[in-house]
Design a protein around this ligand. Structure first.
Ligand SMILES: NC(=O)c1ccc[n+]([C@@H]2O[C@H](COP(=O)([O-])OP(=O)(O)OC[C@H]3O[C@@H](n4cnc5c(N)ncnc54)[C@H](O)[C@@H]3O)[C@@H](O)[C@H]2O)c1
Length: 326
């Protein structure tokens, strides 16, 4: 029984959460290409492999530098050399960067093959593996090309996080705090105390599930999930590979929360999870980077706004409004 099911225009898909989540991996009748993050312990990769019997396994270290056309080409070459046809299945084991790459390969290889996600970072478990977005960066600009390609299934084993460095675990909390701030005051309050990891993951995914089910194509409501990301993505471009995605998003959220009644509560929760990181920037440079962000639409910008904890909305504002948050 899946822990959650995500309804989707191109077919519903299950999210399995728990120590037995790999038991439901099913690759029957398909040639499996297994793409794995080489920082994930071998014992975990073996546990996946024994269930899906890959034709070929390709390992690479996760990180923003793999979300490139060059790595995309490497993966495609490996698939071609190994004769993978349309009757293939991409299984990806890793963090958000590897899943974004693998999902994009799956979306485009021979016009699309099925894809299974086994996220191994907290951020990938609660965010990157949910909702069907895949992407590559181009010339340092985040997520400039991509496709919607929903996974066949997602398998989340919380103990896979045991090997994750503390800083990366904290990075995942940035997205969980964001989800709670946007939609769930009870979860926001609960995050001040130690919680069962499976429960946090499930509650956080459930928030994203509700949003993406209503706006899969990211036309309006889904923009709310970009809270803090307009500034966060620009900071990632400004300091490539220096700060984690979560640290940049956390900083972006603090900027968006300035002067709001929940500002102190948000900062306290971010501090509690080691996310009160000050990231240096020059206002004009950041503004220029935001202008080149994909959310630019001529003279306006679509921003996620939180008025109080648990209540959020999407607003289209004159572009220069962003200056007031920098
Ligand atoms: N597609 C989406 O909807 C979506 C949503 C949110 C974020 N993202 C993307 O996700 C990316 C960030 O993902 P991330 O935070 O997972 O970073 P990441 O993929 O870079 O992983 C972080 C680090 O942890 C390592 N790692 C992964 N699993 C591990 C494990 N179990 N043990 C030890 N090390 C492990 C990786 O090799 C890497 O060094 C960004 O590129 C972001 O744009 C995508």
């Amino acid at each position: 029984m899946p822990s959650l099911t995500i309804k989707n225009p191109s077919g519903d898909y299950p999210i399995h959460i728990g120590e037995d989540a790999l038991a439901s991996l099913d690759a029957a009748g398909l040639d499996v290409f297994l793409l794995v993050d080489s920082h994930v312990p071998e014992v975990f990769i073996d546990a996946v492999s024994t269930r899906i019997h890959p034709v070929v396994t390709l390992a690479m270290p996760g990180g923003e530098t793999i979300k490139t056309l060059a790595t995309y080409q490497d993966v495609i070459d490996k698939m071609l050399v190994n004769g993978l046809s349309k009757a293939s299945l991409m299984v990806a084991v890793g963090g958000g960067t590897l899943l974004d790459l693998a999902g994009f390969v799956a979306a485009t290889y021979q016009r699309g093959i099925p894809f299974i996600a086994v996220p191994t970072t907290l951020l990938a478990m609660v965010d990157a593996s949910i909702g069907g977005k895949t992407a590559l960066n181009i010339n340092g600009h985040k997520n400039m090309i991509g496709a919607f390609h929903t996974p066949r299934s997602v398998h989340i084993v919380p103990s896979a996080l045991n090997s994750l460095p503390l800083r990366e675990r904290r990075s995942g909390y940035a997205e969980i705090i964001k989800m709670a701030l946007l939609k769930d005051r009870a979860l926001f309050n609960a995050l001040k105390n130690p919680l069962d990891m499976s429960d946090i993951i499930r509650r956080s995914i459930d928030i994203k599930r509700r949003v993406v089910e209503r706006d899969y194509r990211d036309v309006h409501e889904r923009h709310v999930l970009n809270y803090g990301h307009t500034i966060g993505h620009a900071l990632e471009a400004l300091h490539p590979s220096v700060y984690t995605h979560g640290e940049c998003v956390a900083f972006g959220m603090r900027q968006m929360a300035r002067g709001k009644p929940f500002e102190k509560q948000l900062s306290a929760l971010l501090a509690h999870h080691g996310l009160l990181v000050d990231i240096p920037y020059d206002k004009d440079t950041l503004y220029r980077l935001i202008r080149s962000d994909k959310k630019r639409r001529q003279t306006t910008l679509t921003l996620a706004i939180v008025d109080e904890i648990g209540t959020s909305r999407v607003e289209t504002v004159p572009f220069d409004t962003i200056m007031t948050f920098l």
